[in-house]
Design a protein around this ligand. Sequence first.
Ligand code: PEP
Ligand code: MG
Length: 322
Amino acid sequence: EKKELENLKGQESITLDGRKVELAGNIGTPNDIEGLLKNDAEGVGLYRTEFIYMDRDSLPTEDEQFEAYKKVLEAMSPKPVVIRTLDIGGDKEVSYLNIDKEMNPFLGYRAIRLCLEQRDIFETQLRALLRASIYGNLKIMFPMISSLEELLEAKKVLEKVKKDLDNEGIKYASNIEVGMMIEVPSAAIISDILAKHVDFFSIGTNDLIQYTTAVDRMNQKIRHLYNPFNPAVIRLIKMVIDNGHKEGIWVGMCGEMAGDKKMIPILLGLGLDEFSMSPISILPARKLIKSLSSEEMKKFADKILSMSTAEEIEKYIENYFK
Ligand code: PEP
Ligand code: MG
């Protein structure tokens, strides 16, 4: 088993009928690169930058951030590295930002909402990202976008920062893709509109499940209601992938679902282009994908889309692969 996975290193993640997908890794710090390389990640699909801001007394400087981003980009080059801008708030607290206690932190002042309000924090991060971009294949991703206005505003700030760098004679890559997470139902629902303004989507199922089903992802008491097999969630995922593809952009997933062996076949059938997961899940996922037919999984996904309950869907998947 272990030997078999070892042999998959260096191989493509390609289905029996020749559909190639990308298997990337999720990381939280530059120290995670070792695990990525060891597991033959085809890129970074999600670099959660909030950890640079946590467990300290003050904001990280532009140079500190630049060094961290550069390290990851250099180590992975020429493979793609999706770096997500600050997603603080919700369950991730940063004491020195003095954010008021909220009744519903997951529905509150977090991620892009905070960045669009506290421009200096956002601009500093974007400057660091742009400066680091010349060291590899950077893609910038905005978290928690819930409307077109927010997306356009975030892009405007990015353009402003580019102009600032131009004026200062500081170089950055010219071809940086800009994408967004789809983790809020309102974004999934208008993904046809949003797709016209980004280079890629990455579906964040951890939050998308939470918000779609109104189930707090941290609450153990209602854990049984937090269900990736929920047909509402699967329909939204299908909608996002279809809308992205209609506009010619690639669609990935960086929530836990992307590395789940039970979910990979249906995601493949729905047409997902990139799967980003915990590094240890990459080789097992490659093994699974190489054993599947994309055409067969399309029919498999169609069948699942006709089902009414999470239980029915889960049972069908289990029986199919028995
Ligand atoms: C997600 O919501 O699925 C996601 C990948 O982001 P995070 O888990 O950091 O909220
Ligand atoms: Mg999220």
